[in-house]
Design a protein around this ligand. Sequence first.
Ligand code: CUA
Length: 343
Amino acid sequence: MSDAGRWTSGRRRLVLVAAAGMLLAACGDEELPQNTFDPQGPVSRQLDDLIKPVGIIAGVVFVLVMTLVIYSAVRFRRRSEDEAPVQVHGNAKAELAWTVAPAVVLAVVGVFTVGTVFEINEVPAGPDVLEVTVTGHQWWWEYEYPGAGVTTANEMHIPVGRKVAVKLLSDDVVHSFWPPKLAGKVDVIPNRVNNMVIEAEKPGIYYGQCAEFCGLSHANMKLRVVAQSQADFDAWLASNARPARLPDAELDPEAAAGAALFRARGCASCHTVKGYAAGTVGPDLTHLQQRETFAGSMFDLDEKNLRRWLRDPPAEKPGSLMPDLDLSEDDISSLIAYLDTLE
Ligand code: CUA
């Protein structure tokens, strides 16, 4: 290898070590919203209780094997050109030991892993269990609360301390639902129902995202789980079950104009606004203002972001199925005035 080549490979190694360091540091930081090692619910705690001991066992095995490899390489290295190693024909005891020891380790790890897999895959039932149907779309999440007549997007509300039986469906391709502080990840597969259980111990906002490559905006398919007290959750559910009220043309002419545009420009054929529009392609917007984000939780819900979004959605979110509608700035203002009424 030339000097230049050696320098490049040395530098590459340095970069790799630095990157690995940052990656590992990221896994342990309590402040990180998607820290897998910071369980906040019984399901994620169960996974954590499995992965930590298994990680420790794997670490011990790794250190042991690497130490033996390095020790043997140094201790038994060839010291001169004409030196030959002692020739042996196997060692029954050693071979038995390094076959049985890993088998025992794997059996122990396997027993706990399989046990956990069965436990977390059990679909809970009963009056205390909340059912939510989650549908993955390119590139946003839809949440339905069966029996409550509530459909929302990207931000899923759940009551604290109650098991939530999540039914996972896909409208198009394979996605994966992953709120790391509350549960593991479960694939969301077209023409198949998958189940997962989530539960939060404390109120708060738990972040997550799609964890299976699903096209151009896979990285923009984020999600939030909003855990609330039972009373707050009940209030949220009741308020989201209401239909939208249509803006009054005399009291709020701009919003009323926006509502008309919402139909005239085709928004209504993709979006539902309960009582006014029944599209099923895009997110239900009936209570948009109760959400903090939009477009797959990519943007904070505010006027500036909505304006940018409505000018040209695919420019803001690559591949967005919502097309550029070529809206004038006045049309955008009216539409935003209407969206503001969707509380
Ligand atoms: Cu949906 Cu990645």
